[in-house]
Design a protein around this ligand. Structure first.
Ligand SMILES: [Zn+2]
Length: 81
């Protein structure tokens, strides 16, 4: 299994690995998930998230507040129209 470096740059945004967490998957097996930290692209607020250790590195890029904003914007546009 490929172990990722503790620092990743994804589309110009920097991510730091805080650590790995043991996790029980649906089959009852213990697997490891990675715990990552970065700062929101919009407000610079620190946030953390977890990712599976396998597969592509597809990180979150915004804090919880700003990840929902795009959905609100779509609703608002719909109301006006
Ligand atoms: Zn934010």
């Amino acid at each position: 299994m490929v172990i990722r470096a503790d620092t990743q740059v994804y589309k110009g945004q920097v991510f730091y690995r805080i650590g790995n967490l043991p996790y029980i998957n649906r089959k009852g097996r213990e697997v490891v998930i990675e715990h990552w930290r970065s700062s929101c692209l919009k407000c610079d607020e620190l946030f953390t998230f977890t990712l599976p250790q396998r597969g592509e590195f597809s990180p979150k890029r915004h804090c919880d507040i700003h990840k929902k904003k795009s959905r609100l914007k779509v609703l608002r546009t719909h109301e006006v129209a």
